[in-house]
Structure formats: structure tokens, C-alpha cells
Ligand binder design. Sequence first.
Ligand SMILES: Cc1cc2nc3c(=O)[nH]c(=O)nc-3n(C[C@H](O)[C@H](O)[C@H](O)COP(=O)(O)OP(=O)(O)OC[C@H]3O[C@@H](n4cnc5c(N)ncnc54)[C@H](O)[C@@H]3O)c2cc1C
Length: 374
Amino acid sequence: MAPRTVVLGAGFGGLELSTMLSDAFGDEAGVTLIEKGDSFLFGYSKLDVLFGASVDDLSLPYSAFAKPGVRLARETVTAIDAEARRVTTDRGEYEADHLVVALGADYDYEATPGLTEADVFYSRAGAARLAGEIGSFVTGHAVIGVCGVPYKCTPAPSECALLLHADLVRRGVRDDCRITYIVPQPNPVPPAPDAAAAVLQAFAERDIEFVPGRRIASLDRERRLVVLDDRTEVAYDLFLGVPTHCAPEAVVAAGLAVDGYIPVDPGTLETRHPGVYALGDCAAVGVPKAGAFAEGAGRAVASRLIAAIRGEPIPNPYRGVGACYIEFGAGLVGRVNIDAGGGKPSGTFSGPSEELAADKREFGDSRRARWFGL
Ligand SMILES: Cc1cc2nc3c(=O)[nH]c(=O)nc-3n(C[C@H](O)[C@H](O)[C@H](O)COP(=O)(O)OP(=O)(O)OC[C@H]3O[C@@H](n4cnc5c(N)ncnc54)[C@H](O)[C@@H]3O)c2cc1C
């Protein structure tokens, strides 16, 4: 009988780790996966929602996640005692031999005065609401703005700008609209100079104004302007925001976060508490906050647990590698491969093409089938 593994959060990391343990041990896997939501949505699907797709059509219901040896408990984690490896939820208590914290990152709207969920395309509700605004946007200034780093999927706001351009062209109103993208970082894809250059070139060709090195400090909805961290005011007619991110409340309350996120051993992803692991967006491990990395980290921890349970040699240390797709609009997708293994992340880039758009579809289809059987 395998030890009791309790996994918190059924996102990219938690789903992949639980699936691997189920594949390895079947009915004997002994996994409890705790998740507060009723469905999974790929992060990038929020961009589809922003441009008109329905959240319901793209959501994958957790009721379809049926894996031998894994019980998916639809509960909210309210407390974590890492020392005792004990978790409290709104329905009960769980004791674990192995505890995996994969709760993702939350949004701290209050960090940006004036900002609410209605102003950001990073949440399901925000993306759905802003889709309505985009649909009726035919003239004026669209501002895409980042409120703080780190944030999920570094290229996503660039994709938002490029997709907005394509949408406005399709609707025949691009000449009546201005698009500006404001971000604290020096370029749109810091770990990958080739990808950054390609995105900057695409901005230049499409007349998208890029403002690096500046953060959205506050938002005044009444006067329809954003204030940057150097106090510059920028008037907008459409604002598409990326909120400041933070660790989930339960992680902070448990005292697990240091400087924002959960420190882990970069090779094992184990926290300072033996038998307690943290992975994905809630962990501080020097890799981008992206689904591909959370999934890879889930695989790495699962491999270690499987080897330990079977008494096999411990696998190689985790190496933060992963690929992110970048939408360029008009059905073209590029891909950036990031390797964070050597300390400082570095990246290579494959330019936008229809082939990579097909690869991205296959990426989503394969996860949907593997995790949800759909
Ligand atoms: C607009 C946008 C575009 C993106 N594009 C890409 C992309 O192209 N490629 C890519 O790789 N990544 C992309 N991402 C990022 C990606 O979605 C995240 O990095 C990824 O989901 C992180 O995985 P995770 O497992 O760490 O956390 P998550 O997937 O966020 O999962 C965490 C889970 O924990 C649950 N949870 C949280 N708190 C509790 C609690 N108290 N109790 C119970 N359950 C709880 C949540 O409901 C959630 O299901 C994008 C994100 C956005 C917003």
C-alpha cells in the first residue's frame, strides 16, 4: 500500500502529479486531491474568452477527472500545518505522509488602488466581462497594463495586444484605435532575446506602442486613466489589466511563504518541512509562472515519490525546462523554450507559424484527454 499523498490544488501541477501516481500504483495510489473549483480552464483559454469564446465551452469539469487511487475532494483548504503534514478544509481534516502544495498564485487587487477583478483579463470573470467591452470598442485608446512582477505567463499581455490588433483589423476599425502595452520589465519576454525581438518587431509592424520599465500604480475608472509608477497619467478608453500576484491566503497563513512565495530545494522541490513539497506558481524556484513549468514540476515530484515508494534509485534533480506558446494573431503562433536549469533562465524561439498553432492545439488536446478523458 502506497503512503497517503495529499495534493492541494488541481491545476497543471496537481493534475499531472496525481495522474502519474495513479498510473504507477492504480487503486493503491492513496492520493487525495483537494480542489475548491468545479472546473479547470487552461490559462491561455482566458485569452480566447477575452475575444469572445464562452467560459463554459472551454472549462473542463472536475467531475470528469476519474483516476484509480485518486479521490478528488471538492473542498477549500483553510489551514495547512506543514510541520504535522495536516490539512484542514471547509469539510474536514487530512493527514499526509507526503503533502504537495500546488495551489497556484492568487491576485492581490488591493495592491493597485482603483483596480478590481472587472479590470483584469487574468480571471475568468474579468476576461468574460472585458470581452463585452472589446466587442463594443471601435475607437479610442486601448491600454494593456501590468501592475506588478512576477505574473503568470510572461508573454500573455503581449499576446493580448497582438490579438486585439488582429480583432480590430478584422472588424475594420484598427485605424481608429491606438494600442499601448505598459510593463515593468525591459522587454516583452526577458529570458529569451530572440522571442523579445520578434514580439517587438511585431509590435512595430502593427503600430502597437510598447512602454517598458513602467508599472500600473493605480487606476481611476471615473476619469478613465491609469497612473504609472513615475506618476505619469495615461488616458484610456479600454483598459486590459494584469493584476499583482500573490501566494494563496492558506499558504501565507501557514507561514510557508517567504518574500511572497514558498521557498523549496530547487532540485527536489521539497520545502524546509520534510515530506512537504511545493510546486507550480505558488513556489519560488526561479522558473516562470506558467502551466508548462507547473506540469513539469508535478512530474518531477511524482517521479521522486514513485521511486521512493518502489525503493528505486532517486531520479535526476528537477531542471526547470518548459515551452510557452505565443499567439501573434491571425492564427499564427510562436514558441519559446525556456531552460532555467543553470540558474538564470535562458530561452530559444521558434517564429510564428500555422504548424506551431497546430502544436498548441495538440498540447491542449493531449492534456484534456490525459487528465479528463475528454
Ligand atoms: C491569460 C493567461 C494566459 C496564460 N497562458 C499560458 C500559456 O500559454 N502557457 C502556459 O504554460 N501557461 C500559461 N498561463 C499560466 C498558467 O495558467 C499557470 O501558470 C498555471 O495554471 C499554474 O499551474 P499551477 O498548477 O501552479 O496552478 P493553477 O493551475 O492555478 O492551479 C491551482 C489550483 O489550486 C486551487 N486552489 C487555490 N486555492 C485553493 C484553496 N484554498 N483550496 C482548494 N483549492 C485551491 C485553484 O482553484 C486552482 O485550481 C497563462 C495564464 C493566464 C492568466
